[in-house]
Structure formats: structure tokens, C-alpha cells
Design a protein around this ligand. Structure first.
Ligand code: PLP
Length: 400
């Protein structure tokens, strides 16, 4: 009998070799206690969190927590059912109403995760004979949405308007086409040139879906995302998002003005064939979304933090994913996994947690330490973060 696990042997060997050098496993961190959106206890040490997607710091908002507790008391711990059967409570509807208000759209559908929102939307919209055109650096959930469906998949070079235009030009004009874009690309923290891309899509008559997972809350006048800031809200057909980042809980969604949108509730398998979110989760999400409508001060502070960190790291000599701070994610590029893990460990020992990323999440041969800022990081915490980066970067030889 052949062991189906043998295909993982190279990865197991690589991990064992890395851990044999004595470094901690970057994928086995446990938060013993979470003190606030920006601090946790890790291995008994008070640690600044610079690797969460808690961009707007909503996880400890008192109104959000109160809403969750009240829903838990009133509706219980779970729905034990699909949205289309017994799993739609008043709270799910209120959450969809909050999304419609936040985005100014006619329709909103809530999924159990953002991953499932992409799986469901992409696999259901584009069927046999249709085309999905996606950026080569798209998130795994977008690729998996393509794999779940039956459409032809065409990739274009990351953020290349020219390549998108060229590839669309080669497709049969009469075929159904869905172009899938992201507002912010989460590995490097760069944003998409949505205005130009949408113009190209219009020229070729495609439908457009934009994933705003990492843009919701702090881009655009109403915090809707990069598509709002780019002025293309009226041209985009579907916006997908998640509650697991700026909203501060878990869940996913899609909003749209398409007149036939509601039929998705009956035909979208990742919506139908799974249990709906617990009442406490939709209550926290709805409260958080409503508060994000009035979060201008937080938004401004988040941008200040991001620009300060980017400038500070650049001045120290770190190689960064973008020339300027384009989002709340700042990626540090390292030459190899060993160096990335040694800097990561140096930061952790000094009381700073950041994320590591490696292929296949990143383009091949690219190892990253990814910093993501929070609107609740204080100026003093950003000072401390910069200080730790300087000391750990020198100690590990990553900066001179
Ligand atoms: C671009 C993008 N889309 C979708 C998702 C999935 O979100 P969720 O955590 O809600 O499953 C993520 C999460 O990392 C993401 O980065």
C-alpha cells in the first residue's frame, strides 16, 4: 500500500531541518491570554501584536462585546442549521441590513467565512463555458473558488492592466466572463489599480468581483474599500469581504446591486450546505459594521501608524514590499527562510509578534515577515516596535 502522506515528505524534512537549528516553530504560536487588540501574553511574555488583521481594533470594543453576550443569552450558542432552513435568525438579517447600509447596496448575503464567500460566489457565478480571469497573486480562496466550479480559468500578471487587457482580448466575445480582483493584496500589502482595471473590463464587457478583505474599514470616504477610493463603486458588480479582519470576528459576505442576486441563496452550495454563523457572531459583526461607519478618527490613526512604520523600517535599511505605505500591511522581504525565521524569533523574544509567510502563499522564492497595523496601536507602541526592529535586525545581520 502506498502511503498517501509520502507527498509531504519534502515539507516534513524541510521543517525538521529548520526546527533542528533550535528556532521556534513560527506556525505553532499560542496566545495564552489576549490583553487588548494590540497585546497578548505569549509564553509568559507581554507581546505587542503586529501580525493580526485586527486593523480597526474592534475585537475588544465594549459595544461589540455587549452585543455578542446579549445574543448568546437570548439565542443560544449556535444555530445548528443552514441559512436556508432553520439557520436564519433575526441577527443574520440584521447583519445583512448593516452590510447593505455600510455599502449602500440593495443586497447582502452573509457566509460562514470569507473563504466560503469566495468559494461560493466564484464557483456559482461562473459555470461551464464561462471564463474567470484572475490576478496571478490571488488569495487561495479565489483559486479554490475556481477549482470548485467548471469555468475556464485565465490568469494575468499581478496588477498588470496591460496583461489583463491582452488576455481578455483573446477570449470569445460572447462568452460569460468574471474578472476577480482584490483591493489590497495581502502578501505585499500593495493595492490594485482598480480604476484602470475596471475600464479595461468595461471595454471587454465582463462582470467584476472585487475582494475587499484587507481594504474594508479604512479605504474610501465610507471605509468601504479600495474600490470606493478608486471611484469605481458603480462599475463593480460584486464586492466580497470578511468579518475576520476590520470587523473583528468571523464570517464572510458579498454585496451587490444585481437584480437577480437573491437567487444565490438557493443555488450557492457553500451558502446552502453548511451551518450558519452563531447568533453571537452575527450580533458582534452587525454592531462592529455599524460602528465602522463612523470611525474616521480610527481610520486616520491607522494610516498614520502605517506610514510611520513604513518610513521607519525603510530608513533602517529593510527591503519592503512597497515603495510607500499603500495599506495597513507592510511586508519585509528576506532572502531565505532561515533568515526570516531568525529575525522573526529575535522580534518575538523582544516582545513583538509579526507573521511569517512563505511559498506557496507568496510568489516562489520569496520569504516575508508581514506586519499589519492596528488603529489601536499607540504612538508609544509604534516607537517600541521600531526600536525592537532596529535591535533585532542588527543582531541577526538583516540590517547593517
Ligand atoms: C483576500 C482574502 N480573501 C478572503 C479571505 C478569507 O477570509 P476568512 O478569514 O473570512 O475566511 C482572506 C483571508 O485571509 C483574504 O486575505
Amino acid at each position: 500500500m502506498s502511503d498517501l502522506f509520502s507527498k509531504f515528505d519534502p515539507l516534513i524534512a524541510e521543517r525538521e531541518a529548520l526546527l533542528a537549528t533550535g528556532v521556534r516553530d513560527p506556525y505553532a504560536i499560542v496566545m495564552d491570554k489576549v490583553l487588548s487588540p494590540t497585546e497578548a501574553m505569549i509564553s509568559g511574555k507581554r507581546t505587542i501584536l503586529l501580525g493580526t488583521y485586527n486593523y480597526m481594533g474592534m475585537t475588544f470594543d465594549p459595544d461589540v462585546i455587549a452585543a455578542g453576550k446579549a445574543a448568546l443569552d437570548k439565542f443560544g450558542s449556535g444555530t445548528t442549521g443552514s441559512r436556508v432552513l432553520n439557520g436564519t435568525y433575526q441577527g443574520h438579517r440584521e447583519c445583512e441590513d448593516a452590510l447593505k447600509e455600510f455599502y449602500g447596496t440593495e443586497h447582502a448575503i452573509v457566509f460562514s467565512t470569507g473563504y466560503q464567500a469566495n468559494l461560493g460566489m466564484i464557483s456559482t457565478l461562473a459555470g461551464k463555458g464561462d471564463y474567470i480571469i484572475l490576478d496571478a497573486d490571488s488569495h487561495a480562496s479565489i483559486y479554490d473558488g475556481c477549482a470548485l466550479g467548471n469555468a475556464e480559468v485565465v490568469r494575468f500578471r499581478h496588477n498588470s492592466v496591460e496583461d489583463l487587457d491582452k488576455r481578455l482580448g483573446r477570449l470569445p466575445p460572447e462568452a460569460g466572463k468574471l474578472v476577480v480582483l482584490e483591493g489590497v493584496y495581502s502578501m505585499m500589502g500593495d493595492i490594485a489599480p482598480l480604476r484602470e482595471m475596471v475600464d479595461v473590463c468595461k471595454k471587454h464587457g465582463t462582470m467584476i468581483l472585487v475582494d475587499e478583505a484587507h481594504g474594508m474599514g479604512f479605504f474610501g470616504e465610507h471605509g468601504r474599500g479600495v474600490f470606493e477610493e478608486a471611484g469605481v463603486a458603480d462599475d463593480v458588480d460584486f464586492v466580497v469581504g470578511t468579518f475576520s479582519k476590520s470587523v473583528g470576528t468571523v464570517g464572510g459576505f458579498c454585496v451587490s446591486n444585481h437584480p437577480k442576486f437573491e437567487i444565490l441563496r438557493l443555488v450557492c452550495r457553500p451558502y446552502v450546505f453548511t451551518a450558519s454563523l452563531p447568533p453571537s457572531v452575527v450580533a458582534t459583526a452587525a454592531t462592529s459594521i455599524r460602528k465602522l461607519m463612523h470611525a474616521q478618527d480610527k481610520r486616520a490613526h491607522l494610516w498614520k501608524n502605517s506610514r510611520r512604520l513604513h518610513q521607519g523600517l525603510r530608513d533602517m535599511g529593510y527591503q519592503l514590499g512597497t515603495q510607500t505605505a499603500q495599506s495597513a500591511i507592510i511586508a519585509i522581504i528576506l532572502a531565505d527562510m532561515e533568515r526570516a525565521v531568525s529575525l522573526w524569533q529575535g522580534l518575538l523574544e523582544a516582545g513583538l509578534y509579526v507573521n511569517t509567510a512563505r511559498p506557496p502563499a507568496t510568489p516562489s522564492g520569496m520569504f516575508l515577515l508581514r506586519c499589519s497595523l492596528c488603529a489601536e496601536h499607540t504612538d508609544a507602541q509604534v516607537d517600541e516596535i521600531l526600536h525592537i526592529f532596529e535591535a533585532a535586525g542588527r543582531a541577526t545581520g538583516v540590517i547593517a
